[in-house]
Write a protein that binds this ligand. Structure first.
Ligand code: DC
Length: 223
């Protein structure tokens, strides 16, 4: 058996993107960043002046755009938006498309279409639970809220920005709550996932652990 889909879910700030991208490279599979897809919808809405509180308008926009993942980069209607979707204005507004059930339905279809076209390692909040429930290899990558706050503080300080640890921790706890309590596609640990808690681990150690999990799963299914 070859690998078809590896899912990586987990909360914000657990190191999902950097580790999943590295894992995909090691395995020679396409990397799909589904958070970037929700971000692309927010970007398009901001650019086109679409009301972010209007779920129908967001769904129409999500139906009209074509999202692709090529060499780990996100394309919207052929435009490479990988960097543009990281803008802080997009981060502030991505919860609107991410919380709109009709948008999620369309994103789920697009993610399955991409997964059917090539073997992928896909990261998000609902990949192992909703989008690819039959995936044979699921990872749940997490870290304590305190560890994620310490990492975020370090990143901000490295950029010369001042930040307050307690405020960052509060934002992380808030975001976890909103991600987990969403009615459609909430963040939930898949029952059949292998959990990796990245507290105190380097990026390389996390990727090593993830690679071991994938190879073990393959051994089990090939036995
Ligand atoms: O992982 P990220 O920060 O780029 O995700 C951006 C937003 O999209 C975040 O609010 C969580 C949401 N998201 C989601 O609801 N479902 C996914 N599969 C991926 C991300």
């Amino acid at each position: 058996m070859a690998i078809d889909v590896v899912t990586v879910d987990g909360p914000a700030g657990a190191g999902k993107s950097v580790c999943t991208r590295a894992l995909a490279r090691r395995l020679g599979l396409e990397y799909l960043n589904t958070g970037a897809m929700y971000r692309a919808i927010a970007l398009k809405a901001l650019r086109d002046g679409v009301d972010l509180h209007n779920d129908d308008a967001l769904a129409a926009l999500a139906t009209a755009v074509r999202l692709e993942s090529v060499d780990g980069r996100t394309y919207m209607d052929g435009e490479d938006v990988t960097d543009a979707v990281r803008a802080s204005e997009v981060s502030l507004n991505v919860r609107y498309p991410a919380n709109a059930p009709a948008v999620r339905e369309i994103m789920v279809q697009q993610q399955r279409r991409i997964g059917a076209s090539k073997p992928i390692v896909t990261e998000g909040r609902d990949q192992g639970t909703v989008v690819f429930p039959d995936a044979r290899c699921k990872i749940y990558l997490t870290a304590s809220a305190e560890e994620r706050a310490r990492r975020r503080l370090g990143e901000l300080e490295a950029r010369g920005e001042s930040a307050d640890y307690d405020e960052i921790l509060r934002q992380i706890v808030d975001r976890d709550r909103s991600d987990s309590q969403r009615a459609v596609g909430p963040l939930r640990e898949p029952a059949d996932a292998v959990r990796v808690v990245s507290d105190g681990m380097t990026i390389d150690e996390v990727v090593d652990a993830m690679e071991r999990i994938v190879r073990q799963r393959l051994t089990i299914f090939n036995a």
